[in-house]
Write a protein that binds this ligand. Sequence first.
Ligand code: 5RP
Length: 262
Amino acid sequence: MDWGKKNRLSRLIQKDGHCLFLPIDHGYFLGPTSKLERPGETIKPLLPYCDGIFVTRGVLRSCIEPNVTVPIILRVSGGTSIVGKDLANEGITTAMRDAVRLNVAAVGLSIFVGTDYEHQTLLNLSKVVDEAEEYGIPVMAVTAVGKELEKRDARYLALCCRIAAELGVSVVKTYWCENFEKVVDGCPVPVVMAGGPKVDTELEVLEFVYDGMQKGAIGVNLGRNVWQSEHPIAMIKALRAIIHENATPKEANEILKSVKKK
Ligand code: 5RP
């Protein structure tokens, strides 16, 4: 691996081999999502606790100061909306030249396996990997399910992650699911977990992140369950404890409660 790619990956994945990425890219198909109406304000107090931010070039240029030290993972796919015909019909939205100009640590894009747009989105991924390799930029694949959240089971997610790895990505972002070890074990590159729509309790999030870490995930790329929380700083600190300090869900919940009180 070239020095540049190694350097970028080492900024994203910490010395313990783990990472906490915070995605704020949701507006690219959801518009002004709740609590992300002003992404710059949402992210500001959370920046000290992130190992990477997943963001589009528009929000990066308009809402994030260029002196930010947190590494950037640039979303480079899109072209659909929540009110449009099919969320899976994504194209590549951002040229690799612009990713280089933005000095990003990685790029990320969605694939929609099993949909009418499987072929198109997998070829998007291959093209982005080819171009990113030219510049030593790691690629993170997002195994997207669109509106079909029920698709999130081990058999399907293992298929998606393995295909992304075969096409050459450095990291795969997927959903946590029951029997998550089947997803990680079949994937020869590191796996990070997304959260999906906000769940009912904070403890549920801590429990699934802990379970996923025990089963081999290297971290999270988890958004709504952090910044839509009533206590985003407490939540991100509790998650950091699981990811970087091997805290149990109970220990992380204690951290959450004590930060909430402050
Ligand atoms: C949206 C994304 C998000 O980055 C991903 O879904 C993670 O965010 P969340 O934890 O809110 O699901 O790729 O397409």
